[in-house]
Write a protein that binds this ligand. Structure first.
Ligand code: PLP
Length: 381
């Protein structure tokens, strides 16, 4: 069995929480070092003025790191906002749909897409191009199942459905319509071709930092759709014009976001290498599920399961409870599935180290050996 104490000298357990979630240890260590005094500044980032030269530098470095890491060119603006991904469920249609006499299309592959749809409906016409509710969001649509409207204002999708554990591998084909993507739970986990998107948004607290900041990447021409009757704080143009600082931004969350971007580049080798790392980690768990003869059953179908949120069931709820307790004894926490799906959800974002996933894998194999006969199922060899 992997010894979790090898990961750090601290008492940290392995945190499989869906969000707020595990952060890279070097990021936490750096933040701790600078907690009382930013080098050369003498005050904490928690106390810093958002108009100070020191924060100018933090903001500029954060945006530069993000642009470089993701590969965001001059066609797109990047802004850092508050209100979480949930506010984007409203801001996107407020800015891109208000006053447009065409529907926005939505491809619903899970709970977050369905939640966003409700908000978009308050703003304008929405057309559901596909909805996976009938099979409890266990899959993605085949290309010919997506029924787009003739000339949609935009097409909204969710790259990774955090609750069901369903993840797109490639973008759906949407023709000339701007593709809008909620990337909250897989942002910075793999390369993304921003030129294919009209707008991408992601809250930070899943895979990219802490709660309080949400990145929005928007194609410049789409900014022309925003109308002057919007409340100015809900108008993307306000944030673009004021470099993400029309009012007080969440300075600490921006700082952590910058450190995480830098960690992905410096420690993990960038997004392509990060993705290989994530695929390999997820495979460790999916291999156990696939070889378990049905003792563990994945919620998502194999061709669309997520590298970020691994969702599965055991033969019954009592065993699931027991598994969660067993895992907790090994220092593996926050494994309970979302109440709407049940079962187990292991969120293995960028910052979850390989030994953490190995530990969980071993726990699953051992648990099956100990309980399979009781459940009338075979043991894993
Ligand atoms: C967590 C999450 C949200 C909601 O994010 P908040 O910042 O809490 O509003 C939206 N979409 C997805 C895909 C998420 O994972």
């Amino acid at each position: 069995m992997t010894d979790r104490r090898l990961v750090s000298a601290t008492e940290r357990v392995f945190n499989f929480s869906p969000g707020p979630a595990v952060l890279p240890l070097p990021v936490l260590e750096r933040a701790r070092e600078e907690m009382l005094s930013l080098p050369g500044v003498g005050i904490s980032v928690l106390e810093i003025s958002h108009r100070s030269p020191a924060f100018d530098r933090i903001l500029e470095e954060t945006l530069q790191e993000l642009r470089g890491l993701v590969g965001i060119g001059n066609d797109h603006e990047v802004v850092l906002l508050q209100g979480g991904a949930s506010l984007q469920f409203s801001m996107v249609p407020m800015n891109l749909l208000r006053g447009v006499n065409r529907p926005a299309d939505s491809i619903i592959t899970g709970t977050w897409g369905a939640t966003g749809l409700k908000e978009a409906r308050r703003e304008g016409k929405v057309h559901v191009a596909w909805d996976g509710a009938a099979t409890h969001y266990d899959r993605l649509p085949a290309p010919d199942e997506i029924k787009l409207s003739t000339n949609p204002a935009y097409v909204h999708m969710t790259s990774n459905e955090t609750i069901q554990g369903v993840q797109w591998k490639n973008e759906p084909e949407v023709g000339d319509a701007p593709l809008v993507c909620d990337c909250s739970s897989d942002f910075l986990s793999r390369p993304i071709d921003i030129s294919k998107y009209g707008l991408v948004y992601a809250c930070a607290q899943k895979n990219a930092g802490i709660a309080g900041v949400t990145a929005v990447i928007i194609r410049k021409d789409l900014l022309e759709r925003s109308r002057d009757d919007l409340p100015s704080m809900l108008d993307y143009r306000t944030h673009v014009k004021n470099d993400s600082r029309p009012n007080t931004p969440p300075v600490f969350a921006v700082y952590i976001f910058g450190l995480v971007c830098r960690w992905v580049r410096e420690n993990m080798g960038g997004l392509a290498s990060m993705a290989r790392h994530n695929v390999a980690k997820a495979q460790l768990l999916y291999d156990v599920i696939d070889a378990s003869g049905g003792f563990f059953s994945g919620h998502a179908r194999p061709d669309c399961r997520s590298d970020m949120n691994v969702t599965f069931h055991l033969p019954n709820e009592a065993l699931e409870q027991e598994f969660i307790s067993c895992a907790a004894q090994r220092g593996l926490v926050e494994l309970k599935g979302h109440r709407s799906v049940g079962g187990i959800r292991a969120s293995i974002y960028n910052a979850m180290p390989v030994p953490g996933v190995e530990c969980l894998r071993d726990c699953m194999v051992d648990f099956q050996s100990a309980h399979a006969s009781q459940a009338g199922l075979k043991t894993q060899s």
